[in-house]
Write a protein that binds this ligand. Structure first.
Ligand code: ADP
Ligand code: MG
Ligand code: MG
Ligand code: MG
Ligand code: MG
Length: 646
């Protein structure tokens, strides 16, 4: 979302009436943009991260930490800075769902140089400092995935109380007051209200409580008959979580389709590795990740669509929330692995096909469009389908999936891009930068070695659920593509040993995937898979890398290697340990105000580098990260007409 593009949101009743209008024009807009842009080629690698942050306020006297509802104030300042010098700012700031959240990205995307890997962490550090400068002394900007006591009594500053019976309330939550929703842009409250209204009731998020020896059942607020459930009832519990995302530009649409597919099976794996959110509404739960929470938090499907009642008003049963993992691959190699039946309207599909879109892309778009618009602004109803893409973007941007296939925006120099969306936000810039650099390097390796990670979509779905289990990173196994024993993944000339595995008739071979631990996936398993990290190292050997960049990347790889092997623990596991070992913890699953305060203080010290947590980060996490490229390189770039990321 761009800088506050203001407008007047329509009521739900008006929005609902225009659902087919948005669908019809959105599809036309996609067909038109496709023909304008399908042959666009020669775009260079550019990439950038998005980190979401929570503003925490510490009451040191009473030892309570709360979320500070000051995002609008911070964004006013940060966005003014951007408006004054749009090309020069080193960071861009955008609103997020929570009034206590902000999203930061680098001022400009990074590019294809190895040296760019040196800038990521410095830029993340700059962002944190930039925000810290305008906070009060008792506040802190934190890249935590979930605020552990979100939705517990008095979790906001200033304190507001939920008002579920207020007819004007958007969320009607028993726990999450509307004041905690970002107020300055109507999009967020409108989405909240419309998702609830479309569904026909409040959203229902359920998490199993982590049962300790003194855990009291039923948990406060548990649904009838489900005493061990921590129940959450508002969009804010999910969309109020933070994550780490990455976007890459591909050289053309085919490369984008390929990257989309190859990265999709890695989403659950990266989710398990980055797991960072075991605590909800003040309770330790059995889940380590936000994914299912956020998925249910925007689940606008009606009872009919969810299969609880026979279809009468609605067109389809729909298997998943609009926030979930992808349902189909887009590249020709992926086609054979699309084993989950795709729901879409035949008419929409036919229109896309008649419009010249190939079957894989047509079914992808038709499937996106099974969703109704849940946020429409009066200014945007009537559009020029030859040029505008707002109706397409309306549906595209509210299909929140593990991967997003992003067409070039109208009238821009930006190419076809792919967004990688599963990762949870980590405490330190070092960790976040390591993950970002790792995934970007992985895309390079996939393309140069022509790697193939495809497994059936149903297996990716299964992995998504496995990834969220407590301590999945150390304890669970994941479906992963098998390589043949004789494969020559790493033989210097980049020969791909992972056979496509698709028989001529399109049937897939049963033997082509196996269950691996996260450690095996990253670090390799004798005779079956060389491991993602060794693959990256092999790739790097063939590249010219300056010593500082090499050192930085090596530190990131060593860190990833150790997290994957279990030598270092995930953020989620570390948080659990902090709670379980807290002197005030009563073995009752409850993360009290005091425990929450101490946990967040500890996190603050870690992110500021004041304490080192060897179990979480190891010892050596001082990378040679830089603010800008060395002058000699900059000069060369200027000569080549490349932009430099300041
Ligand atoms: P969204 O919220 O829709 O995912 P944002 O604009 O917040 O998108 O973030 C987009 C990310 O893409 C940022 O990290 C940005 O640096 C990066 N980016 C910008 N331009 C390009 C480009 N041409 N190619 C790849 N990434 C880009
Ligand atoms: Mg963004
Ligand atoms: Mg967003
Ligand atoms: Mg965001
Ligand atoms: Mg994004």
């Amino acid at each position: 979302m761009g800088l506050l593009s203001e407008g007047s949101p329509l009521s739900w009743e008006e929005t609902k009436k225009l659902a087919n209008h948005v669908r019809e024009h959105g599809i036309t807009q996609f067909i038109n943009l496709y023909h304008r842009l399908k042959d666009r080629t020669g775009d260079i690698l550019k990439w950038g991260d998005e980190v979401e942050y929570i503003i925490v306020k510490f009451d040191d006297e009473n030892r309570v930490a709360r979320v500070s509802l000051k995002a609008p104030e911070l964004l006013n300042y940060l966005n003014e800075k951007e408006l004054a010098d749009p090309k020069g700012v080193k960071s861009l700031w955008r609103p997020e769902y929570g009034a206590y959240m902000i999203e930061g990205t680098p001022g400009r995307p990074f590019g294809g140089l190895m040296a760019h890997f040196n800038l990521v962490e410095a830029n993340m550090r700059y962002r944190r400092e930039e925000v810290t400068e305008i906070l009060d002394k008792d506040e802190c900007v934190m890249s935590i995935t979930n605020f552990p006591r979100l939705g517990a009594p008095e979790f906001t500053h200033p304190i507001y109380y939920p008002n579920p019976d207020d007819p004007n309330s958007s969320a009607k939550s028993l726990y999450f007051p509307d004041e905690a929703i970002f107020p300055a842009h109507p999009r967020f409250k409108t989405l909240t209200r419309n998702i609830r209204k479309r569904r026909g009731e409040k959203v229902a998020i359920k998490l199993k409580v982590f049962k300790d020896i003194n855990t009291k059942l039923p948990v406060e607020g548990a649904p009838k008959g489900e005493p061990d459930v921590v129940a959450l009832d508002a969009m804010g519990f999910g969309m109020g979580c933070c994550c780490l995302q990455l976007t890459f530009q591909a050289c053309n649409i085919n490369e984008a389709r390929k990257l989309y597919d190859q990265l999709a099976p890695l989403c659950p794996i990266m989710l398990a590795l980055t797991a960072a959110s075991p605590i909800y509404r003040g309770y330790l739960t059995e889940s380590d990740c936000r994914w299912n929470v956020i998925s249910s938090s925007v689940d606008c499907r009606t009872e009919e669509e969810r299969g609880l009642r026979p279809l009468s008003e609605n067109k389809f049963r729909i298997a998943k929330s609009r926030y979930d993992s992808i349902d189909s691959y887009l590249s020709p190699e992926g086609a054979a692995y699309n084993d989950v039946p795709l729901t879409y309207d035949e008419q929409d599909y036919k229109r896309l096909r008649d419009g010249g879109i190939d079957p894989l892309l047509a079914q992808h778009v038709a499937h996106l469009f099974i969703r109704d618009t849940v946020s429409l602004f009066s200014e945007k109803i009537d559009q020029n389908d030859e040029e505008d893409t707002d109706h397409f973007e309306n549906i595209q941007s509210t299909n929140w999936q593990t991967m997003r296939f992003k067409p070039p925006p109208p009238n821009s120099s930006i190419g076809w891009r792919v967004e990688f969306r599963p990762c949870e936000a980590q405490i330190s810039d070092f960790e976040n930068a390591a993950i970002v650099c790792f995934v970007v390097l992985l895309t390079r390796v996939i393309l140069s070695y022509q790697l193939n990670f495809l497994i059936p979509i149903s297996k990716v779905d299964e992995n998504m659920q496995t990834a969220q289990k407590r301590d999945a990173c150390r304890k669970e196994k994941f479906w992963f593509r098998k390589t043949s024993k004789k494969s020559c993944y790493i033989n210097g000339n980049g020969v791909n040993g992972v056979h496509n595995g698709t028989k001529e008739n399109g049937e897939t071979n049963h033997e082509e995937y196996e269950l691996l631990t996260v450690g095996e996936i990253f670090n390799g398993k004798a005779d079956t898979f060389p491991g993602l990290v060794p693959l990256i190292r092999s790739y790097l050997q063939s590249m010219e890398v300056d010593p500082d960049t090499h050192c930085t990347i090596e530190q990131y790889l060593r860190f990833i290697e150790k997290r994957a092997s279990g030598e270092l623990i995930t953020t989620a596991t570390w948080m659990r340990e902090q709670v379980l070992n807290h002197p005030d913890y009563k073995q009752d699953s409850v993360v009290s105000d005091r425990i929450n305060y101490d946990l967040l203080k500890r996190i603050k010290d870690i992110q500021e580098g004041k304490v080192i947590e060897p179990t979480l980060l190891g010892k050596g996490n001082h990378s040679k990260t830089k603010d800008s490229l060395p002058p000699a390189l900059q000069k060369q770039l200027a000569l080549n007409g490349c932009c430099e990321n300041k």
